[in-house]
Design a protein around this ligand. Structure first.
Ligand code: P53
Length: 506
C-alpha cells in the first residue's frame, strides 16, 4: 500500500483561538469581549447536577448576567480572562510547536485588542504590535500563520450597544477591523478565515455573533438556544455579508491573499433505514450546508426559501448585499470535524434546525469521548468527500481533536495513547479521502497546547500534545511538558503522514 499520498507541501499543524489561550484580558488597552463572560462549567458540576448539556448557558446570555459578572467578577470563574497566558509565553510556546515540525499555526486575532470597543476610529498600536511579534516568531521557525478574524469574541461594547451582528453597525465595524489588520499583516499572513464555526449562531448566538437574546432571561425553564430564528438568521446574514466584503477587500489589498470560511461540519446519519429518518438527515444537512453554500457559491440556496417562508422568517437584505455575497466567495473551504450525528424523523411539517452541537441520539456503533462526543474517523472520510463533491474547492481541516483527562505518571510523563489513537485513525481516513481524489491541503489539530475549553471553559478537557500545568481555576505553575503524543505528531509530520504507527520511545 502506498502511504506517500500527502502533497509535498502539506500544511501540518495546529489550531487555537485568542480567547482560549491569550489571557491578559485587560492588558495593553484590550477592551472587553463576549468571551470574558464565559463561566466555568466544571465536570464535577455536570456530574453532580446531571443536567448539563450543551444548551445550558455557559456564557452570559442575558444582560443581567453580564451586569453581574461586571459588578462581581470574583463570584464567578471566568477562565477565558486568563487563558494559558500565551500573551506572555508565545515565544516559548511557538518554539515547542516548531519542535514538533509545525508548518502552520492557526490562531485568531482578538478584535478588542485592536479596537477596544470594536468600532473605535483608530486602532490600538499596542495590540497591533503584539501580533507582529507573534507572526515574526512563527516565521522565524518557518511556520505559516493562518488567522481567524473572529473566533467567539465579539467586542462587548458591540454586543451590548448594538446587539452584535444583528446590527449593520457591527458589519461596518468588522470590515474596518478586517481592513486594518489585513493591510497591516499582508506580508506576514497569507491565509485568513473570517468567522469561526459560523453555524454556531444556531446554538450559541452570544458566543458566535454577540447577540444577547431578548428572551434569554428565561434560560432556566427551557432551551434558550432553540427558536429565535429571526434574530439568528438575520445576524448570520450580516456576518456572511461582512465575510464576503472581507474576501473582496483582502484580494484588493493583495491578490496573493487567500480567504476561507469555517464551518463546524455536522455529518448526519439516519437512525434507521426509514425514509423519514433519511428525510430528517436531509433537513439537518441543509441547515449545515446553508452557511457554506452562501459563502462558497455566493447566493442563498433554493431550500432556504421554504424554511424562511413557512416559519415567517424575513431576512433583510440591505442594498448591495446580493452583489457582495456573489462577488465575495471564499478561496478555500475549512471545517472543524469532531464527530457525527444521528437523526430521527421529528414529524414536523416544516423542519427546524436541532440547534445541537452533540447528538442526543446515541450511535451504538461509536465510542464516546469522556465528554460524550462520538468518535468517528470514517465519518471524516465521508464528510471530506461530501464537501469536495459539493464545492470543488481546496479543503483545509481547521480543527480536529480529542478532549480528554490526562494523568501524570509519577515521573511526570503523560502517556496519552488515546489521543494518539484518535489522531492516527483520523489521519488514516484523511489519507483515504486524499486517495479518493479530495483536495486537502492542510490539517490543524485543535489545541496542540492545552487550552481553555470553548464549550465549558474547563482546563481539564485537554486537547494538547503539550501539557500545561494549570487547573480549571487557573492554579498551577503554568509549566509546559511534552506528552507522548508530542513525539507521535512529530513523527507523523516528519514522515509527511506516511508513518502512523504508535511505535514511539518516550
Ligand atoms: P470544546 C461544539 C462542538 C464542536 C465544536 O470544543 C465546537 C463546539 C463548541 O464548544 O467548537 C470548536 O473546547 C471551536 C473551538 C473549541 C473546539 O471546537 O468545547 O471552534 O473554539 O475549543 C472544541 O471542547
Amino acid at each position: 500500500m502506498d502511504n506517500n499520498v500527502f502533497p509535498k507541501d502539506f500544511l501540518w499543524g495546529g489550531a487555537t483561538a485568542a480567547n482560549q489561550i491569550e489571557g491578559a484580558f485587560d492588558e495593553d488597552g484590550r477592551g472587553l469581549a463576549t468571551s470574558d463572560f464565559a463561566r466555568l462549567v466544571s465536570k464535577q458540576e455536570r456530574d453532580t447536577e446531571g443536567k448539563f448539556d450543551e444548551h445550558v448557558p455557559h456564557n452570559a446570555s442575558s444582560s443581567e448576567m453580564v451586569a453581574d459578572m461586571k459588578a462581581n467578577p470574583d463570584s464567578w470563574h471566568l477562565p477565558k480572562r486568563w487563558g494559558i497566558d500565551f500573551y506572555h509565553t508565545y515565544k516559548e510556546d511557538i518554539a515547542l510547536l516548531a519542535e514538533m515540525g509545525f508548518k502552520v499555526f492557526r490562531m485568531s486575532i482578538s478584535w478588542s485588542r485592536i479596537f477596544p470597543n470594536g468600532d473605535d476610529k483608530q486602532p490600538n498600536e499596542l495590540g497591533l504590535a503584539f501580533y507582529d511579534k507573534v507572526f515574526d516568531e512563527c516565521h522565524k521557525h518557518g511556520i505559516e500563520p493562518m488567522v481567524t478574524l473572529s473566533h467567539f469574541d465579539t467586542p462587548l461594547h458591540l454586543a451590548e450597544e448594538y446587539g452584535g451582528f444583528l446590527s449593520r453597525h457591527t458589519v461596518d465595524a468588522f470590515v474596518h477591523y478586517a481592513q486594518t489588520v489585513i493591510a497591516r499583516y499582508q506580508s506576514k499572513v497569507k491565509y485568513w478565515l473570517t468567522f469561526n464555526e459560523i453555524n454556531n449562531v444556531l446554538s450559541n448566538p452570544f458566543t458566535s455573533s454577540g447577540v444577547i437574546l431578548g428572551g434569554a432571561k428565561k434560560v432556566s425553564d427551557g432551551n434558550p438556544y432553540l427558536g429565535h430564528w429571526q434574530e439568528k438568521f438575520q445576524a448570520v446574514h450580516n456576518q456572511m455579508v461582512a465575510s464576503a466584503l472581507t474576501v473582496q477587500l483582502a484580494h484588493r489589498i493583495n491578490p496573493n491573499l487567500r480567504v476561507g470560511n469555517m464551518l463546524c461540519r455536522l455529518e448526519n446519519y439516519a437512525e434507521s433505514t426509514k425514509p423519514e429518518d433519511q428525510l430528517q438527515v436531509l433537513f439537518e444537512d441543509h441547515f449545515n450546508w446553508f452557511f457554506t453554500d452562501v459563502q462558497a457559491n455566493g447566493e442563498y440556496p433554493y431550500y432556504m426559501k421554504r424554511f424562511f417562508k413557512e416559519n415567517h422568517i424575513n431576512v433583510e437584505f440591505a442594498p448591495g448585499d446580493k452583489e457582495a455575497l456573489l462577488e465575495g466567495t471564499v478561496d478555500f473551504i475549512t471545517i472543524s470535524y469532531y464527530m457525527t450525528y444521528v437523526m430521527r424523523y421529528r414529524g414536523e411539517p416544516v423542519p427546524k434546525p436541532t440547534g445541537r452541537l452533540v447528538s442526543d441520539i446515541k450511535n451504538p456503533n461509536l465510542e464516546l469521548s469522556a465528554w460524550g462526543w462520538p468518535i468517528d474517523p470514517i465519518g471524516f472520510r465521508i464528510t471530506l468527500n461530501h464537501i469536495y463533491d459539493r464545492y470543488h474547492l481546496p479543503i483545509f481541516i481547521s480543527e480536529n481533536g480529542l478532549g480528554a483527562v490526562d494523568q501524570l505518571e509519577s515521573d511526570g510523563r503523560i502517556i496519552d495513547d488515546y489521543r494518539i489513537d484518535y489522531m492516527r485513525k483520523h489521519v488514516e481516513q484523511m489519507r483515504e479521502a486524499i486517495k479518493d481524489g479530495v483536495d486537502v491541503f492542510g490539517y490543524a489539530w485543535w489545541g496542540p497546547i492545552d487550552l481553555v475549553s470553548s464549550g465549558t471553559s474547563e482546563m481539564t478537557k485537554r486537547y494538547g500534545m503539550i501539557y500545561v500545568d494549570q487547573d480549571d481555576y487557573g492554579q498551577g505553575t503554568g509549566e509546559r511538558k511534552r506528552k507522548k503524543s508530542f513525539y507521535y505528531y512529530k513523527k507523523v509530520i516528519q514522515s509527511n503522514g506516511a508513518e502512523l504507527d504508535n511505535d514511539i520511545k518516550y
